[in-house]
Design a protein around this ligand. Structure first.
Ligand SMILES: Cc1cc2nc3c(=O)[nH]c(=O)nc-3n(C[C@H](O)[C@H](O)[C@H](O)COP(=O)(O)O)c2cc1C
Length: 229
């Protein structure tokens, strides 16, 4: 299965076998993290840790993400680690984005974790298994890209995003004010990066080459522009 195809089968996994993965498997996952491209100008740091360094996490391992706290840096973590989330599930492991779980040791630049490990939870059978907004609710165009990207995971499944297509370009914006913003705050910027990865994979599947990913603005005007040809 490709990473693109895994968009249709992945799920949040909350039950894990309490066994450590072999060192060679962890090394392969480390390699997958290092192979993920980051957004321009970003250099988030990722650390694989075991459960003894975590609280509130049911999995035997997690990837801790560290970065600056800017909108672009947070989106970059979503973008980079969503590639890893898809890779893990494509390799037969369970994974879970966790805003609530934490490392025991505090660090000012810690942002979020992705828990992972062996599981017997099955993959999704297909699109019918998802609870998501329709393409028209999140996009100005009902096209193949929006119909796939809408399956991206988000904190509390709020799906706080809008896609704005124009020739050769799609702008990905946050769209989740009010109580939703209060509840999930900065996680919405990570969510934006998560859907960005799915947009990129869907564009590539449609035979488009992504030529630039450009974070723009900040705060209420923050967006990432994806140029393609
Ligand atoms: C940034 C982010 C943070 C999340 N934090 C948590 C969490 O702390 N605990 C949890 O059980 N699920 C968490 N989730 C998982 C979401 O609830 C889940 O992705 C969403 O409900 C969609 O379900 P799915 O991933 O199975 O498609 C988080 C997801 C994202 C993207």
């Amino acid at each position: 299965m490709t990473l693109y195809e895994t968009i249709f089968t992945r799920r949040s996994v909350r039950q894990y076998d309490q066994v450590q993965l072999e060192a060679s498997v962890l090394a392969e996952i480390r390699q997958a993290i290092d192979n993920e491209k980051q957004l321009p100008g970003q250099n988030a740091r990722f650390e694989i840790v075991n459960a003894d360094r975590l609280k509130g996490v049911a999995a035997p391992h997690a990837i801790l993400a560290y970065s600056a706290g800017t909108d672009a840096a947070l989106a970059n973590i979503g973008y980079t680690l969503q590639g890893v989330d898809l890779h893990l599930q494509n390799s037969g492991y369970g994974s879970l984005w966790m805003g609530m779980g934490k490392p025991i040791e505090q660090s000012a630049d810690y942002r979020i974790l992705l828990a992972f490990g062996k599981t017997s939870a099955p993959l999704r059978a297909g699109q019918g298994d998802f609870k998501r907004k329709s393409a028209t609710e999140i996009s100005n165009e009902d096209n193949a890209i929006a119909r796939v990207a809408r399956l991206a995971p988000s904190a509390v499944n709020f799906q706080p995003w809008k896609l704005d297509f124009s020739p050769g370009k799609v702008v990905v914006r946050p769209d989740g004010g009010g109580i939703r913003k209060l509840l999930t705050g900065n996680l919405q910027k990570i969510d934006l990066g998560i859907i960005l990865k799915c947009v990129e994979l869907a564009l590539e599947r449609e035979g488009k080459a992504v030529t630039a990913l450009t974070p723009k603005g900040g705060g209420k005007t923050f967006a990432v522009e994806v140029a393609f040809e």
